[in-house]
Design a protein around this ligand. Structure first.
Ligand code: DP6
Length: 341
């Protein structure tokens, strides 16, 4: 039986993806169509461009094994068999791979995260990236990173960005094929991302459901779309110019605008500790330390700092009440995959 193991890293968006493009359909709506029709569908396409950093120190490890004799697909996450939504989404990706490879064999997927799952630390990004890499390799498909990025984007758009290390962008266009692209940024500042972990719990509203609710009910959704396009362009320029302060200011602005838009639809992803960390980062800045926060669909806070300030910022933020631990990460984290016995 063929098996492959992949390692992929989470990515944190500085310019956030929040919202699906008009006409974009979910993977659930295309499960009954043929492989050809599916690959031509406008599936899970973001409404706005995004720009992210894939980080090095945290990761997902996933092994996919095609096993004759298995009656159904199996997903084991951190040692626990999964039967709910996570399993459905993983098997939907496996179905695409099976169709493309002309296989009918069932799979056993074993996956572990080196960090909390489903709570806003981009485990679906690293998880689907690792799954796409391991599944295509195990199925004998010789696909490049771009094609796998398009594959995994259909299940989770942020995962498309984890196919590449460092700075990456995902820019929607009106074509069915849509992959993320790495950004060449020779002048990028030497920075760290200090991840402040504030919970081990999973969030109650997934990003996808949160985006749908925001588009349907937030009075600010249209302004968010306009803002996000401008913000992405400015962040790209700031990255290419190597301006840390501009990148930090624009990243904070993107996170705040995304959360303000979602808040107005009733979605509160923050906890009290999130707010305490925002104030702590601002206090650091007022004392002359260049530090900027970003927050995804969960309560954790990720703080951008020039590398020289990494230790100081991490030890200050580790003492904010409610912070469980901090993890120092840096841009990097290109994924890898290998055949295993
Ligand atoms: C806040 O990629 O998890 O992290 O495509 O529905 O699976 P789906 O959503 P997902 O959303 C990520 C949202 C975000 C911002 C970002 O990573 O750009």
């Amino acid at each position: 039986m063929t098996a492959a193991r992949a390692i992929a890293h989470p990515n944190f968006a500085l310019a956030k993806y929040w919202g699906k493009a008009p006409g974009s359909v979910s993977s659930r709506e295309t499960t009954r169509t043929s492989a050809v029709l599916r690959s031509a569908a406008f599936e899970n396409v973001p409404a706005v461009p995004s720009l992210s950093i894939t980080v090095d120190a945290i990761f997902t490890t996933t092994t996919v094994r095609f096993e004759k004799g298995l009656g159904s697909d199996v997903l084991v996450l951190g040692g626990a068999p999964q039967y709910g939504d996570k399993a459905k989404r993983a098997f939907a990706l496996i179905d695409r791979v099976r169709l493309a490879a002309g296989l009918s064999t069932r799979v056993r997927i074993d996956t572990t995260n080196s960090f909390p799952t489903g709570s806003g630390l981009a485990s679906s990004a690293s998880g689907f990236a690792a799954l796409g890499l391991a599944a295509t390799k195990a199925a004998g498909l010789d696909w490049d990173a771009s094609r796998i990025s398009d594959l995994v984007r259909r299940e989770s758009a942020s995962a498309a960005r984890s196919l590449f290390g460092g700075y990456v962008e995902l820019v929607p266009k009106r074509e069915p094929f849509l992959a993320a692209l790495p950004i060449e940024a020779p002048r990028a500042p030497a920075l760290s991302v200090v991840v402040c972990v504030v919970t081990e719990e999973e969030k109650s509203v997934s990003s996808g459901a949160g985006m749908r609710a925001t588009a349907e009910t937030s009075p600010y959704f249209l302004s968010w779309l306009e803002f996000a396009i401008r913000n992405y362009r400015d962040q790209r320029d700031a990255l290419l110019q190597g301006s840390f302060e501009k990148m930090g200011e624009l990243a904070e602005a993107s996170a705040l605008a995304m959360h303000a838009t979602a808040l107005a639809a009733g979605l509160v992803y923050w906890s009290g500790t999130t707010l305490a960390l925002i104030h702590a980062v601002r206090a650091l800045r007022a004392s002359g330390v260049p530090a900027y926060f970003t927050i995804d669909a969960g309560p954790h806070v990720k703080v951008l700092v020039p590398r020289a300030y990494e230790e100081r910022v991490a030890s200050t933020l580790a003492h904010v009440p409610g912070v469980l631990r901090t993890i120092n990460t840096r841009p990097g984290g290109a994924p890898s995959v290998e055949i295993v016995p």
